[in-house]
Design a protein around this ligand. Structure first.
Ligand code: SF4
Ligand code: SF4
Length: 342
């Protein structure tokens, strides 16, 4: 299956309840960044450039729980930095799973084998392993040889131990439909991960590589070509069907970045985890004090090339829940065959 049925139904019910309560802005996914420190230095990274004193800071378990309880998002994506460096990461995950949040723990895989014992398989917990391409392309993207092989080894071991394993792949200017197909075919058919998240790279102002970013037209063209020949249907993608339509240019949406807020050692990032236009002290404060109309493609030059899921997947999910036809399409999408052994 792509998105698990349990998660699709829970998120659908949650969105429906927000609409009944006439809430026009609410969190679907919390992007929780309990530290910015990392053991890699990827060329496209917009996080590890923070000064040393900030890289040394950690969110406590209580701060993580409080943020999740305040924003009430049903899904929590724990990113960073490298979350496995955080000494209390297992406690953070356990506390959120206990609250029946769908937790995705993002990792570059370097520490996964060493730390896997402290986590327990659960329908509410999934690894989200960073894999941007096949061996040469991924190692180039993360700026270190041998990381692709470590990621594949960790994925296989996690699957063997009964964990749900997903991947996240970011595509850049060097990519084309062929390189996208190569890595997604491998993850889907050979590594047999449970599902895959994809994203066109975002041009972080402070990323060391400022040249290799996909523009909107190229993003649409290469995803349309990559998805052809039945691949989109065959791949287990961790996205709503409408978001995939959006990547292909079949529909367009406005940005609703309030749906995937980001909370880190600096507070609630305004307006999303890609731009840093200040920080709010709470989710309520973020909602109330951010000029949301100033953000999104066509509204702000900083957003001109953005097609990232943090801005547009919430819009796609909201459009899905509003439409019985799209809701049915999303449910049918979850019922496709699962990989052997999952
Ligand atoms: S693994 Fe993630 S956080 Fe670490 S350097 Fe790479 S992109 Fe940045
Ligand atoms: S378009 Fe939305 S998600 Fe993208 S950078 Fe702008 S505010 Fe963030």
């Amino acid at each position: 299956m792509a998105v698990p049925l349990r998660q699709t139904l829970k998120v659908g019910g949650y969105v429906a309840r927000q609409r009944i309560a006439r809430k026009d802005k609410f969190a679907l996914v919390l992007q929780l960044e309990p530290l910015y420190q990392c053991n890699l230095a990827c060329l496209g990274c917009g996080k590890i450039q923070h000064p040393k004193d900030i890289l040394g800071q950690r969110l406590s378990v209580k701060q993580c729980i409080d943020a999740v309880e305040e924003c009430r998002a049903p899904i929590v994506s724990i990113a960073g930095g490298e979350p496995l460096i955080h000494r209390e990461i297992a406690e953070i995950v356990a506390a959120l799973v206990e609250r029946k949040k769908f937790v995705y723990l993002c990792s570059n895989a370097i520490l996964m084998l060493k730390k896997m014992d402290v986590f327990t398989p659960s329908p509410y917990f999934a690894w989200s392993v960073h894999v941007d391409g096949l061996r040469e392309r991924h190692d180039e993207s993360v700026n270190r040889t041998g990381i692709f092989d470590k990621a594949v080894e960790a994925i296989r071991e996690a699957k063997n131990r009964g964990f749900r394993v997903t991947t996240n792949s970011t595509f850049f200017g060097q990519d084309d439909a062929t390189s996208i197909r190569a890595v997604l075919d491998f993850l889907n058919d050979e590594a047999k991960v449970d599902c895959m998240q994809i994203s066109p790279g975002f041009a972080y102002e402070k990323a060391p590589d400022q040249e290799n970013w996909l523009g909107v037209d190229r993003t649409r063209a290469i995803f349309r070509e990559a998805f052809a020949d039945g691949r989109r249907r065959r791949w287990r993608l961790n996205h709503s069907p409408l978001f995939l339509d959006f990547l292909e240019g079949k529909v367009d949406f406005s940005c609703t970045a309030w749906g995937i807020p980001s909370y880190s050692v600096l507070g609630w990032q305004r307006p999303c985890y890609l731009l840093a236009e200040g920080y709010a002290s709470s989710y309520a404060d973020l909602l109330a004090t951010t000029e949301w109309d100033h953000y999104g493609r066509g509204r702000n030059p900083k957003c001109a090339n953005c097609m990232a899921h943090c801005g547009y997947e919430p819009t796609a999910v909201m459009a899905t829940v509003k439409s019985p036809k799209q809701s049915l399409r999303a449910i049918v999408d979850t019922l496709r065959p699962q990989p052997v052994g999952s």
